[in-house]
Design a protein around this ligand. Structure first.
Ligand code: MG
Length: 256
């Protein structure tokens, strides 16, 4: 099933589920008790918002060998993790704003795991049970600032640097699906998710040995090779086969 958040025609933020080209309201919390109402609103008539407001966003660096190689970096021995702030999240169609502090902002198309249950010290055979579903994310990165600072909070943390959506799919199988990123009409990134160095179950075991995973948390599973700079006026599209497409235009944030 596919869950969304959307703004209805009265301007209210609602949760919903998708059936063919219609949506129905969802009453309650998708991570707890909820009720699905009849799907009778045309999907085309609403503005989709980010399908989840994460408590935390845990990202995995260098999880595709070819991407590590394009930055002359080794594949890590264990997952390399970092955080993006929840304030960086935007929804499908919202504008990625290039900040005045950076001259090199790049896209990183990624498969994102949506956590559905609390978990700490997960064991390999149970880790996947806490997954609620999957969505698409763009780990937008100010590459020049990431390099300059050594640690990544500034380069990864600007407002609008985490587009997420368009929905959460609870039936998606993440094992082998093609991920591709277009900037305008140009193919920039393309690789199957089976190229991940550390599979999702390993990531869940590792991350939950450090911090409690909670419903709504997002895990961005890393980006393949082909990251490239964005300029105002671009449109970035991240597609994952059988999951969907996340599109965002690019603009510029004025210096204040
Ligand atoms: Mg990334």
């Amino acid at each position: 099933m596919r869950f969304i958040c959307f703004r209805d025609q009265a301007g209210l933020v609602q949760s919903g589920w998708i059936y063919e080209d219609k949506i129905g309201l969802v009453k309650g919390s998708i991570f707890d008790e909820y009720q699905r109402m009849e799907a009778d609103i045309p999907l085309a008539e609403v503005d989709l918002l980010t399908p989840v407001q994460p408590g935390k966003i845990i990202c995995v660096g260098r999880n595709y060998a070819a991407h590590a190689a394009e930055h002359d970096a080794e594949v890590p021995e264990y997952p390399l993790i970092f955080l993006k702030p929840p304030s960086s999240v935007i929804g499908p169609g919202e504008t990625i704003l290039l900040p005045p502090q950076s001259q090199q902002v790049e896209h990183e198309g990624e498969l994102a795991v949506v956590v559905g249950k609390r978990g700490r010290w997960l064991q390999p055979d149970e880790a996947m049970k806490i997954v609620f579903g999957y969505t698409i994310a763009n780990d937008v990165t100010a590459r020049d600032l990431q390099r300059k600072d050594g640690q990544w909070t500034r380069g990864k943390g600007f407002d609008t640097f985490c587009p997420v959506g368009p929905w959460i799919d609870t039936d998606f199988n993440p094992v082998d699906s093609m991920l591709s990123v277009y900037v305008n009409e140009d193919l920039r990134q393309m690789a199957p998710t089976r190229d991940m160095v550390f599979p999702i179950s390993t990531l869940l075991v590792y991350i939950s040995s450090i911090m409690t995973l909670e419903p709504g948390d997002l895990i961005l599973t890393g980006t393949p090779a082909g990251v490239s700079p964005l300029v105002p006026g671009d449109v970035v599209s991240v597609s994952i086969e059988r999951l969907g497409e996340l599109r965002n235009p690019v603009g510029k944030e004025p210096r204040r």
